[in-house]
Design a protein around this ligand. Structure first.
Ligand code: C2E
Ligand code: MG
Ligand code: MG
Length: 653
């Protein structure tokens, strides 16, 4: 057979079109092998159909498989194989095979696959080396080919080989193994050079496209990053704004105060060094899914999904204050931050513009400032301007309050073992922190009342959680020890909402020193008698003393986020180990808080912790949406080790 493949003529192209349409009509599947003696003309039509496939398809595997099946059938083969070359080396690998799947043939195929990447069988390597196929080589059971013996057992006695050529090079070999040793008739063989030629072109085209796509992805990553700070650049920020999902969000607009003076007096290198440090610091202050970008010159911007007025103000203030801690040769570092928080669906560019207006307002007022407003203005902006103690007063006066629920998840299999209820006063988004509100209540002596109002709301809102969910409720030690808020009061609340006390875990969020541990033990015993269990919140963050650990005999210990996040540091490691040791002795289960990503999840698992809670596993959401949280988990490749089973496991220990 001639090694050179003729180029497709116009006549052939027309034949392709005709064959494609006739193939569609006749629905030739070619999946099962027909050991037919089809007339040569129909064999030719089938083969030419392959050319249509190469022109139309982008599915590499499917096209090669389908072509192979058709060719094998048309040439009356028992087995068809495509061996592809790997780069410039002569190594080949059996990538596709097609057969009737009978056991003896399957053993022959498996032997070919087992060869992996290498020179391949003699009859294939010969084609790669010489660029020439063979029209009907008989297979000699005593020959060099390691599969020859198996071929005989599978009733295979001859092989047809064809080079698959790209631009000049052999990119692969098509081999058809047959029962008979007689040559197929010439009409069946005639289209083969054209088929192999176009197959080679197709392989090269798809490979080139893949390489271009990969290069483009690399370029895109480069094109989306600001070279100086490693943050996102202006283009990427614009893209993020355009593609923001339908969620409440906030935009921050930031500007480094006095950078121009530093550039003028100390030179641009000093200015760049300053920008780099500012950029790195800002990057550390946002969450993984926030977009922090350098927009140009001394301007930065952040896009914070699921953040409301309070969160925006808090993050902006945190950024401003963080600059005060930077020590640079050029002097103090100061920034001004403007923010705007908007409801889902607001126009992001207008929100950014609003943040910009606030920025310039802050600049005009002298810099080193935070200014902002709710995008809608009105009520939310009103709240932002009030102090946190006013938020407390408002809630206690009957103001609007809702609850979000965050899943507590098995780090082994991702199943949800319970939900923690977290209070969200009006103006707070699901991801905003209410820490300052509870702090204000503590300072103002209103923590017991706030605590109770939030718990009542939480138990009511928890009615929408999946049936049988365990509910983790926060309770301040002050409220727990207050005779006004007794176990009876909680039981009444549980009864009114149909929740069993056995499905409730009270998280003791201790921020004040407990004076009388005996009283605490008595109070806890009264709750436990009803089936209610306890968790010690934020262990390792300084509030939970050893005495409290011992006296509460909590069923769960929640390892505080500051420990979880720094678990690779020696000090944190020691505190974690001590907690684990205590848990082993007391029989408590440890829950790692603040699991923000898979890396932390792995660290916790390696440390023997089996339960986790954190934005990386499940964000706080409204009770009606928690099922979606679990579903999202299943899809998240980053957490592949944490595949949930969607089961709500009761933990009764
Ligand atoms: P907590 O009980 O330790 O609750 C966990 C806090 O960590 C929540 O903040 C939650 O949103 C946040 N969080 C969860 N996962 C992550 C993560 O991966 N990364 C980060 N950075 N944070 C994460 P939240 O809702 O702002 O609550 C703060 C604290 O306020 C709570 O800490 C709790 O002490 C108190 N609190 C919240 N709701 C209530 C309530 O209804 N009653 C009482 N008494 N206290 C509450
Ligand atoms: Mg808690
Ligand atoms: Mg906690």
């Amino acid at each position: 057979m001639s090694a050179a493949a003729p180029l497709a003529s116009d006549t052939q192209s027309r034949a392709v079109a005709q064959a494609v349409s006739s193939r569609r009509q006749s629905e030739v599947t070619g999946r099962a092998h027909r050991r037919s003696t089809a007339p040569a003309t129909s064999a030719q039509a089938l083969l030419v159909t392959a050319l249509g496939l190469f022109n139309e398809s982008d599915d590499f595997d499917a096209t090669l498989r389908e072509t192979l099946t058709m060719v094998t059938t048309a040439l009356d083969g028992r087995v068809g194989e495509i061996w592809l070359r790997d780069g410039q080396a002569r190594d080949v690998e059996l990538r596709y095979s097609s057969s009737d799947g009978t056991p003896d043939v399957a053993a022959f195929e498996a032997e070919g696959k087992a060869l992996g990447v290498g020179a391949g069988p003699a009859l294939v390597s010969r084609v790669v080396k010489t660029g020439r196929g063979s029209a009907s080589a008989s297979i000699d059971a005593g020959g060099r080919d390691s599969r020859a013996v198996m071929a005989a057992a599978a009733d295979i006695h001859s092989a047809l080989t064809f080079p698959i050529r790209g631009k000049g090079n052999v990119v692969g070999v098509l081999a058809i193994f047959r029962e008979t040793t007689t040559r197929p008739d010439s009409a069946a063989l005639e289209p083969m050079p054209a088929v192999c030629h176009h197959l080679g072109q197709f392989i090269e085209r798809v490979r080139a496209e893949t390489a271009i796509h990969e290069a483009a992805m690399e370029l895109a990553a480069l094109a989306s990053t600001d070279a100086l700070t490693g943050l996102k650049n202006r283009r990427e920020f614009d893209r993020a704004l355009r593609t923001i999902p339908r969620l409440p969000f906030a935009v921050l607009s930031l500007d480094v105060d006095g950078l121009k003076d530093i550039n003028d007096s100390e030179g641009h290198a000093a200015g760049d060094a300053l920008l780099r440090v500012v950029g790195h610091t800002l990057g550390l202050l946002v969450r993984g899914w926030d977009v922090m970008a350098r927009i140009g010159g001394d301007e930065f911007a952040a896009l914070l999904p699921e953040v409301g007025v309070f969160g925006a103000q808090l993050v902006a203030e945190r950024m401003r204050v963080a600059m005060h801690a930077l020590v640079l040769a050029t002097g103090p570092v100061r920034i001004t931050v403007g923010w705007s928080a908007a409801p889902a669906g607001a126009d992001p560019l207008s929100v950014w513009q609003r943040a910009d207006e606030s920025l310039y307002q802050g600049k005009r007022a002298g810099g080193d400032r935070v200014a902002g407003s709710s995008y809608e203005g009105g009520e939310a902006a009103d709240i932002a301007e009030r102090s946190y103690s006013e938020v407390v007063t408002r809630i206690l006066g009957g103001g609007s309050l809702s609850t979000v629920f965050q899943p507590i998840v098995s780090l082994d299999d991702g199943s949800v073992m319970g939900y923690e209820a977290l209070a969200r006063p009006e103006g707070f988004a699901a991801m905003d922190s209410v820490e300052p509100v509870f702090e204000a209540a503590r300072i103002g002596g209103k923590i017991r009342d706030l605590d109770w109002v939030c718990r009542r709301r939480a138990v009511q809102d928890a009615a929408l959680l999946p049936d049988g969910s365990t509910l983790f409720l926060n309770i301040s030690a002050a409220a727990l020890l207050d005779p006004v808020h007794s176990v009876d009061q909680l039981l009444l609340l549980l009864t009114s909402t149909g929740r069993a006390p056995e499905s409730v875990v009270l998280e003791i969020t201790e921020h004040e020193r407990i004076r009388d541990y005996d009283v605490l033990a008595q109070v806890l015993a009264a709750y436990r008698a009803e089936g209610i269990r306890f968790a010690l919140d934020d262990v390792g963050e300084g509030h939970s003393t050893l005495e409290l650990l011992a006296a509460s005999a909590s069923e769960f210990l929640k390892l505080g986020r500051s420990l979880t996040m720094t678990s690779t540091k020696v000090g944190s490691r020691a505190a974690m180990d001590a907690t684990m040791a205590f848990a082993r002795v007391s029989g408590a289960l440890v829950i790692a808080e603040g699991v923000e990503n898979e890396f932390v999840a792995d660290l916790m698992k390696a440390g023997g912790i089996t339960l986790g809670q954190g934005f990386g596993i499940g964000k706080p959401t409204m009770a009606g949406d928690v099922e979606d949280v679990a579903a999202a988990l299943a899809d998240r490749a980053a957490l592949s080790a944490l595949r949930p089973r969607f089961a709500i496991a009761h933990s009764r220990n």
